[in-house]
Design a protein around this ligand. Structure first.
Ligand SMILES: [Zn+2]
Ligand SMILES: [Zn+2]
Length: 364
């Protein structure tokens, strides 16, 4: 059984070197030795227990999303408190904590107006593995620790909470931002890990029907377990199929969880007048809005985009859903690797081999 307090005592903080998965330049990454970081004022150092790989990390190692060479990759982790910096109170060494992918300051204008993921400016809440060293390492510095360390309840395992850091939070946020109402008909485009969590989010929000679209029949099977009521392979005319399903009316909310022109456009085309397109995909280049699908600008449509919400309050809320058995994300953790095998984990995850959804990387 999991316990909340683990081995470490406060007497001494380990110094020395650690292993970290470092981005070296487009196409190059791997484990390197780095000094175990120290906690500055307001920071905490976490000893990572379990981490995972995000699609964004794959973009980073391929050089498709720019980060500084030398940066440690990764933004989803659960671990134990190793060191607390000045001013971080109410925690103790050895306590298990979940750290969200988004680590906002909790003090700036965007944070105080509820947009923690936009902390300090556009996308500014995403710091780990983006602008500061990330979590695919034995130790990591958590900035603004007071706002970002969520204590893991003793009843929950690290596996049960890991995916709350990013994909579940993002997927659920797609349904929340889309303001899914009781009885709504929802379409979700793409059933990767985030799309699957958007399906689960729509179910939690009270959708009556959830129509999901993907190219992969295996992922559609998982979608069924997560609450999908109709499964559509992208091979067909999915817009027509969804329109037929709703007897020509269209869906109340369409969630885009891939980030392509085609899926964005399809999401718009299946909406009822006045419907909401909730987008959590990451796009590149230009995104065009077809005027016919947009009611020439007069269709009362809402288009909303969301980055993963940040901070410990969000993590606590999501952990309560796991604790009360409203959600179980462990079916998404299809494969497990040790930190030493992280290159194999990247290879499997980026090639989408063997039915992989998410990989668990065991660090300690
Ligand atoms: Zn991510
Ligand atoms: Zn902030």
């Amino acid at each position: 059984m999991a316990i909340a307090i683990e081995e470490h005592s406060a007497r001494q903080v380990t110094r020395g070197f650690m292993r970290a998965n470092v981005f070296r330049g487009p196409g190059h990454y791997g484990l390197e030795e780095k000094p175990i970081p120290r906690a500055g004022s307001g920071e905490a150092v976490i000893r990572v227990r379990l981490t995972t790989i995000c699609g964004t990390d794959v973009h980073i190692v391929r050089g498709e999303y720019p980060v500084q060479p030398g940066l440690t990759i990764g933004h989803e982790a659960v671990g134990v408190v190793h060191e607390l910096g000045l001013g971080v109170t109410g925690y103790h060494i050895g306590q298990r904590v979940l750290v969200g992918a988004i680590t906002p300051c909790g003090q700036c204008d965007p944070c105080l107006s509820g947009h923690t993921s936009q902390c300090g400016g556009p996308l500014g809440g995403w710091k780990l593995g983006n602008t500061i060293d990330g979590v695919q390492a034995e130790y990591v510095v958590v900035p603004y620790a007071q706002a970002n360390l969520a204590v893991v309840p003793g009843s929950l395992s690290v596996e049960e909470v890991l995916l709350l850091a990013d994909i579940a939070s993002t997927g659920f946020a797609a349904a929340e931002s889309g303001k899914v109402r009781l009885g709504d008909i929802v379409a979700v485009f793409a059933q990767g890990p985030i799309g699957l969590c958007a399906t689960l989010g729509a179910k939690l929000m009270g959708a009556s029907q959830i129509l999901v679209v993907d190219t992969d029949p295996e992922r559609l099977k998982v979608a069924r377990e997560f609450g999908a009521s109709a499964l559509l392979l992208t091979e067909g005319d999915v817009v027509q199929e969804i329109r037929d399903f709703t007897e020509g009316r269209g869906v109340d909310v369409a969630i885009e969880a891939l980030g392509t022109q085609a899926t964005f456009e399809n999401a718009l085309r299946v909406l009822r007048p006045g419907g909401t397109l909730s987008s959590v995909g990451v796009y590149s280049g230009h995104l065009r809005i077809p005027i016919d699908a947009f009611g020439a600008g007069l269709g009362d449509y809402t288009v909303v985009s969301t980055l993963c919400p940040g901070g410990k309050a969000r993590m606590r809320r999501l952990m309560r859903l796991v604790e009360s058995h409203r959600i179980d994300l462990t079916p998404l953790l299809t494969h497990s690797f040790a930190l030493d095998q992280i290159d194999r984990a990247y290879e499997l995850f980026s090639a989408r081999r063997d039915g992989v959804l998410k990989v668990a990387i065991r660090v300690a």
